[in-house]
Write a protein that binds this ligand. Sequence first.
Ligand code: AHM
Ligand code: MG
Length: 333
Amino acid sequence: MRRVTLTQFLIEQQRAGRIGPDLRLLIEVVARAVKAISVNVSKGALAGVLGEAGTDNVQGEAQKKLDVIANEILLQANEWGGHLAAMASEEVEEVHHIPFDYPKGGFLLLFDPLDGSSNIDVNISVGTIFSVLRCPDTGCEPDEKAFLQPGREQVAAGYALYGPSTLLILTVGNGVHGFTLDREMGSFVYTHPFMTVPVDTQEYAVNASNARYWEPPVQRYVGELQEGKRGPRGKDFNMRWVASMVADVHRILTRGGIFMYPMDEKCRNKGGKLRLMYEANPMAMIVEQAGGKATTGRERILDVQPEKLHQRVPVILGSANEVDLVTRYHLES
Ligand code: AHM
Ligand code: MG
């Protein structure tokens, strides 16, 4: 069987006119950073990378050492290539500008450097999520406003999953494609062409300890799933919750399911739990490209007009028929 690497895949995308050379370079650089993060994650205690960094991020959450390391790796890898106008990270309050001594390009890169970081110290899968937008005005230094574009404007999105193997999942608007890191060769190999989310499922993912804080439509929906065969759905459902969005979404891309971090009374004053620009938008683009759906319960995530960089939103995504049903419950209530 012909082994196709990420580099070959991207060159073929470029030849087919789906991406230009700058976007190809950008994705290659992100993939290189992901390899470096993967090395650090896998060394764990041997490299002294576990535990707290002793600092808080912009969201007021305690940073883990690996949050800080992954953020630094991504910023440094992407600064000098000339493909970016600016970057934004979940871990950094302000827009990260490209240093003056490097050339600037036409893209904006946004990322959650290490998603699911509460799982690092217990050796459960974590990931990196990224999103690429075009810089609306290439003439000047982009500010926060340049980033505030709805998710449907993304030109690429992806995530890396640091699990038993390291995977890179990518979309440039032409389906979802997965690559597995060959650690000996140091390259990503194309292993998962055109990943799809089945329209129906019997599996759901939600942090059920928040049930008493959910809104009525989510309580109704999950209640009906839990009634199983004897309830209105007439079938039994299984539940999974990794607490790493990347791992939960990856399971849905592999065998279907619905993932929810809905609005609840605990996070209402923040707008939700998950971040629109670094988590919801890239994952929504990936899920839609794989044939699934993604909403806030009330509107399509990719149509949400962002008002600030670190904005949070409720997230419901996965198998289309389930997302449609829980969205209908929201709209009816
Ligand atoms: P993080 O970016 O600080 O790691 O937070 C996001 C994570 C998601 O990966 C996951 O779905 C969710 O938070 C888990 O939340 P909970 O701790 O409520 O289960
Ligand atoms: Mg995160």
